[in-house]
Design a protein around this ligand. Structure first.
Ligand code: 5GP
Ligand code: 5GP
Ligand code: 5GP
Length: 208
């Protein structure tokens, strides 16, 4: 019988730019705690296989339990805000992420460790600062995707995956950044494969 540990190959650590989420959805809703600061927010920490497929909803018996992460809530409200409508306090989003993705990494991380690990990963890499240092700011201007990618690679040592979406004027804009992490959740690694980017050569970095 095979041991369940390492039942995936790596994590995608995915952060979203709220300006792009709100632009594309046309209506986003600020959390009940107020408009998030203009920063990247965590979308999720997603177990993945090297061939690009991924497991999901691995343990129906392990439901989200906010009492296990009460010490992390303040940090999550700041760094993992939910922008979907209707306005929420984040629990719906976090619960979805745990049940869909987190339960597939239970061999490595329990619920508290899962959320704490994602928060720690965000602390290690300040994407907005990295881009600002390279003269790339959320001001509705267009930037070369190569320059964006290069700035992140120089600062972190690893090539990120960049996912774009389109606003109502069909502008390609910076939506999500994918970084890869080993199965322990502690170390960034070079991505075994990058997600399909669907970005133009020049992409907009929308205001938020
Ligand atoms: P979409 O429809 O945007 O491609 O993906 C919807 C959802 O599928 C995402 O929010 C995420 O939960 C999951 N997903 C999409 N792409 C990936 C991927 O490459 N790896 C994993 N683990 N999940 C993904
Ligand atoms: P796509 O057309 O982009 O391949 O997939 C569309 C949707 O199917 C994704 O957003 C995702 O929800 C689901 N999907 C695609 N591949 C996988 C996979 O390997 N595992 C899981 N759980 N869902 C997948
Ligand atoms: P995924 O399945 O793609 O990991 O997660 C996306 C799900 O979480 C969708 O059902 C979406 O409505 C919900 N959600 C709640 N808040 C947010 C948010 O701020 N950003 C994104 N991308 N999805 C959110």
């Amino acid at each position: 019988i095979q041991c369940l540990s390492d039942d995936f190959d790596f994590f995608y650590f995915v952060q979203q730019w709220p300006g792009a989420y709100c632009d594309t959805k046309q209506s986003c809703c600020y959390p009940k705690t107020g408009k998030p600061t203009a920063d990247f927010g965590i979308h999720g920490l997603w177990p993945n296989y090297n061939d690009g497929s991924w497991p999901s909803n691995c343990d129906p018996d392990s439901t989200f339990d906010k009492s296990q992460i009460s010490d992390l809530i303040k940090n999550m409200e700041k760094n993992w805000p939910s922008l979907s409508c209707p306005s929420s306090n984040g629990f719906r989003f976090w619960s979805h992420e745990w049940e869909k993705h987190g339960t597939c990494a239970e061999s490595e991380l329990d619920q508290h460790e899962y959320f704490e690990t994602a928060l720690k990963l965000k602390e290690k890499v300040n994407l907005l600062q990295i881009l600002k240092n390279a003269g790339i700011e959320p001001n509705d201007e267009f930037y070369s995707i190569d320059n964006i990618s290069e700035a992140m690679k120089e600062a972190t040592g690893f090539t990120p995956g960049i996912e774009c979406n389109k606003d109502s004027a069909r502008n390609s804009q910076l939506y999500q950044v994918y970084m890869c992490v080993d199965t322990s959740g502690s170390n960034f690694i070079e991505c075994p494969l990058l997600p399909k980017s669907r970005c133009g050569d020049q992409i907009q970095f929308p205001k938020f």
